[in-house]
Design a protein around this ligand. Sequence first.
Ligand SMILES: [Zn+2]
Ligand SMILES: [Zn+2]
Length: 377
Amino acid sequence: MATTNKRDYYEVLGVDKNASQDDIKKAYRKKAKECHPDLHPNDKEAEVRFRELNEANEVLSDPDKRARYDQFGFNDPMNGGGGFDTSGFGGFGDMGGFSSIFDQLFGGAGMGSSRRANAPQQGNDLRYDLRITFEEAVFGCEKSFDFYRSELCDDCHGSGAKPGTSPTTCPTCKGAGQVRVQGGFMTTIRTCQTCGGTGKVIKDRCPKCGGTGRVKRKRTATVKVPAGIDNGQTIVMNGQGEPGLNGGPNGDLYIVITVKPHKLFRRDGTNLYLDMPISFPTAALGGEIDIPTLKGAVKYTVPEGTQNGTEFRLRGKGVPQVRSSFTGDLIVRVRVEVPTRLTDKQKELLRQFDESSTGKEYKDRKTFLDKMKGLFN
Ligand SMILES: [Zn+2]
Ligand SMILES: [Zn+2]
């Protein structure tokens, strides 16, 4: 009888001798995830562990092989007494069914660049950039727009084959959609180049779609833009993207909002900002001004002696929060404008005003002059 220094299969999988098939399956999947060579590139130890794991699984997941292993261990006379060979460099041996497990483990296409033919796949998501006005963003709106979407070809019903013919099984991969590539120590599974992973080839292409099975079609969508939406935000229309493959769900349509700037208002979240010039006499004497809001002008009384840069807050005159009853404020910053192009009469009035000043009228200026005095003495 041959001897072996191989680890016990139950130990490899980390299961009990009485483990159910379900336990073995679970243990295998968990361990395969941990030591899959794609996650440990160039790690020889992981490769060995992975091969060991697959071998253990191959035996223990098969009730007949398992029974023989339980009886004979590695010295099954049916196997010439040598057990399964793990010392050679023959790759993983039979990888049958492995890619589907791999897909389950890692969620479909990806790492191994292997994808099963005919597996349902979600359609592509689409993006549409929608430009709306400032007011439309603040108050909400309903918008219709045209976009192009790749859809199944009516003539060939998506098969890509000329009507009356049908696609045939790919001769390279025999319909599997993927091929094994021997690369020295490891066998990797790649998408079949001949059929692009579909497992089918088309002899006579459908003239309408050129064999792709898809045609671009113009569609119109209507979207309800909620009040308060902001620049750069996205609305998702579920299932409005491209159709899925092999019965997979449709992709989604992402509508990315661009808001045109406003001539007067600037927006920050739910607050609106407005820079408003007021006259020098209004600032000095106080008075009523018309402040524009997005819902028309409102009267506001500026108090006497209002300084340049003073801010007034108009509560609830800002932007509503999306899907909420809260509305932000309008913040008005006044800019006192110094008059220009004065007539001789106006200039004379200002001179008279200035001559009548005692200095007390300018609080900041007086403080400043007092400080300045100390500088040069
Ligand atoms: Zn077609
Ligand atoms: Zn193929």
